[in-house]
Design a binder for this molecule. Sequence first.
Ligand SMILES: [Zn+2]
Length: 352
Amino acid sequence: MAAPPSSVLAFDGGRVLAADPSEAQRVETLLARLQPELLGLLPDTSFEDLDVWVQDTPSLYMNATEASTDAEGLWSPTHQRIMLSRHADHIERTLAHELTHAALGASWGLLPGSMEEGLADHVSGSLCESGAARLRAGRLSSACLATGGVSLQVDVMPRADASPTGAVRSGWSACIRLKGEADGTDPLDVFRLAAGLSSTRLESGAKRGFYGLAYLAVSRIVDRAGYTGLQDLCLRAEEQGLSHVPAGWILEAAGLDAAPASWRGAAASAMGEAELVELVRMYPDFVSDAVQGYLTSTGASDTHPGDLEVEISLREGSATVLLSQIPDLQAKIAAALGRSGRATVQVASAHR
Ligand SMILES: [Zn+2]
């Protein structure tokens, strides 16, 4: 077994084991907020005494050979223990996700396949507003990537206020489709495969795809009927003596059908401006490629990227953002293009 972290903080309801007392205290402060809020949010939830271990890599065993289930967090029902990576992208959100697994009562056990992962993600987004757009962008884009890809359009043109008055502004458009390694997934496999279990061996791209599809289905049901609407499906299945909620019930409640295109369109439509900004941050290369394409094709290579209007839109769905809304990325692209511009000049002078 992995050795426990050295610093132990006991509190009412469990213990935090971390590298030092201040790290333990930080996690305990998060628990004190998240646990009661989670109980208020979801029906049929409760907490037994639990341990939270803060580790570099969350693992139960010294030499972990199995891929960890959520990479940044793990829940072991046998040990009543959450293992949390201190390097998690958003430690509070990861903790909220694992706490959801810990709190779910028996009725939720009727959710099929990977749906519990979608629920844990959805709850973590509800409880941690600051990480929610990033989480949604990650999960919804994964759902698109599993079912055909994310289609985007980038339009580049000179900014109106940087052009001579009355001048014709000619623009340049690129259509881009981001493709994922999990492309071609049958979305109904989300009800058959438990992507969150370490015993389910899946490539990381496939795993992300199932997390995305599960998140999409859960969020559509919760939008329509709340968490109680989702739980009602479990209770109804239980009453009818079923072992799991049938896939057809979930499709109906979520307003989805079996075709990948229905999931892809729903995931793209669920992305708003905040999620599109996060998506652009995740895949900045397609934007800089489009700006470079514009500069090359128009011969306007001395144009500063700040004098361009760069609009990025989702082709399925309605979200649109301007690159100027993401100033740090705009500056990064300008710097990269500036460097390559200077490099070209240097090469030219070397040949003179
Ligand atoms: Zn999980």
